[in-house]
Design a protein around this ligand. Structure first.
Ligand code: FE
Length: 166
């Protein structure tokens, strides 16, 4: 059979191979682990010096501010909330929603590698604590009753955050 008969088939094979390769490459690039956030470590004395009493109590001693008392539960400006301990960008105002809980609530962090989850069994409950990935500061907890698109509710202490206007 003349080669010309096979040309469409050869072309199709090449195209399929290219598509397959592109899919494999994309899969590889999205599944590769995200860049780790470099840690910030300070002594308790250093944290005490640089944080307010309330920030220290919450960030370093895993405290919780009283509902409806923090700076940001009813804050609606556009910008980014960074860690009060180390300035890492944690939550964008675009993901903030009114949870009616009295704490600033977000459905996602700015980047998933910027926060870490820790199992928390204190106070007779099983919860998931959220800490800053850079300084380890306590931020709050994450619950599974949030809105779309993630279904998550990051319930965060205002004292753990500093808002930067866009
Ligand atoms: Fe931090």
């Amino acid at each position: 059979m003349a080669l010309s008969h096979w040309r469409p088939l050869i072309a199709l094979t090449i195209v399929l191979a290219l598509i397959g390769g592109a899919i494999a490459w994309q899969g590889k690039s999205t599944s590769s682990s995200p860049a780790k956030v470099a840690k910030v470590t300070k002594s308790d004395a250093e944290w005490q010096r640089m944080l307010t009493k309330e920030q220290y109590r919450i960030l370093r001693e895993k405290g919780t501010e009283r509902a409806f008392t923090g700076k940001y539960w009813d804050h609606h400006e556009r910008g980014v909330y960074v860690c009060a301990g180390c300035d890492l960008a944690l939550f964008d105002s675009a993901t903030k929603f009114d949870s009616k809980t009295g704490w600033p609530s977000f459905y996602a962090p700015t980047r998933k590698e910027h926060v870490e989850s820790v199992r928390d069994t204190s106070h007779g409950m099983i919860r998931t604590e959220v800490v800053c990935a850079r300084c380890g500061g306590h931020l709050g907890h994450v619950f599974g009753d949030g809105p779309k698109p993630t279904g998550l509710r990051y319930c965060i202490n205002s004292a753990s955050l500093v808002f930067l206007k866009k």
